[in-house]
Design a protein around this ligand. Structure first.
Ligand code: G3H
Ligand code: 13P
Ligand code: ZN
Length: 330
């Protein structure tokens, strides 16, 4: 067993308390490889933002659990070397079983999500409570989820949102002992969050998706004042990346995300963790496609992964400064 403190990592407790009080959200960026990790750490050090490094079970399989642990430890040292020791959390994204959560905790994760949102309510409570009991023995924080996001989540496809029921949150939080709660108020995973038919066109002809359900968020906050809330599926799908990808041979159709102003608004509330993965995927793909199309003779991976890493860093800096408000909070 490796405890996360030995790796120089922190859990989410203090970070979330400060974020809720300060009216900002901590970025939770997913990573699967070295370039993504370098971009996340250098962007967050440069903007002095705390950060949650998020690893899905797919990422764990892709990158290897042992390598991941050393990469997270390396990230802590890398931040120091860059000149500012920001607080870094290593978090399991969408854990789907007690065994997976336990294995991550035993391998040095400082925070885990147990996602029982697709289970019947009582089963979700039972599983979440089991993870909390184990995690808290090691001072590891736990995120639970209530409500189902539309789209694909954990290989489960849901056609419609099942919004979080405000009347359930007090019971869920008290009976499970979770440290934070992911809710469903209209966000969803991936780069295709809305169909054009669900959107309206503004004066400039730009498709605007239906707003998040801030009314539900307010009701939840009333029931559990100051309790840390998490938003999954919070990529904004920057249209310049979609255009670059399509210009250089890609085929992304009607990719629509959550407008950044709405995330900024959410970050001012008890929403203290905002999950972003797809925007990073788009940034990297746009940069790599551009190199492949404009410099077809290039075959050194550093010549396309380098620009992809630079674009990612720019994106993450933009998020901490202009969307989440976490810059200068480390
Ligand atoms: O919510 C899911 C994250 O974007 C991770 O995606 O399972 O393909 O690694 P993944
Ligand atoms: P996006 O697909 O909107 O980036 O959401 C990522 C996420 O919620 C990871 O858990
Ligand atoms: Zn998610």
């Amino acid at each position: 067993m490796i405890h996360y403190k030995e790796l120089g990592l922190v859990n989410t407790k203090e970070m979330f308390q400060k974020a809720v009080k300060g009216g900002y959200a901590i970025p939770a960026f997913n990573f699967n490889n070295m370039e993504q990790l370098q971009a996340i750490i250098s962007a967050c050090v440069e903007t002095k933002s705390p950060v949650i490094l998020q690893v899905s079970s797919g990422a764990r399989k892709y990158a290897n659990q042992t390598l991941l642990r050393y990469m997270a430890q390396g990230a802590v040292e890398y931040a120091k070397e860059l000149g500012y020791a920001i607080p870094i959390v290593l978090h399991l994204d969408h854990g789907d079983s007690f065994e997976l959560c336990k294995s991550c905790i035993d391998m040095g994760f400082s925070s885990v999500m147990i996602d029982g949102s697709h289970l019947p309510y009582e089963k979700n409570i039972e599983l979440t409570k089991q993870v909390v009991e184990y995690a808290h023995k090691y001072d590891v924080t736990v995120e639970g989820e209530l409500g189902v996001l539309a789209g694909i989540e954990d290989e489960v496809q849901a056609d419609h949102h099942t919004y979080t029921e405000p009347d359930q949150v007090v019971d869920f939080v008290n009976r499970t002992g979770v440290d934070s709660l992911a809710i469903s108020i209209g966000t969803s995973h991936g780069a295709f969050k809305f169909t054009p038919a669900q959107c309206t066109r503004n004066a400039n002809g730009i498709l605007v998706p239906p707003p998040l359900r801030f009314d539900i968020l307010k009701e939840i906050e009333k029931r559990i004042p100051g309790f840390p809330i998490v938003l999954h599926g919070s990529s904004s799908v920057p249209q310049e990346y979609v255009e670059t990808i399509n210009k250089y041979g890609g085929a992304l159709k009607d990719s629509i995300g959550i407008p950044e102003e709405q995330l900024r608004e959410a970050a001012k509330s008890a929403v203290c963790k905002i999950n972003i993965d797809s925007d990073g995927r788009l940034a990297m793909t746009a940069a790599v496609r551009e190199v492949f199309a404009t410099k077809p003779a290039e075959f050194d991976p550093r010549k396309y992964l380098g620009p992809a890493r630079d674009e990612l860093k720019k994106l993450y800096m933009h998020k901490t400064i202009h969307v989440l408000g976490s810059a200068n909070k480390a």
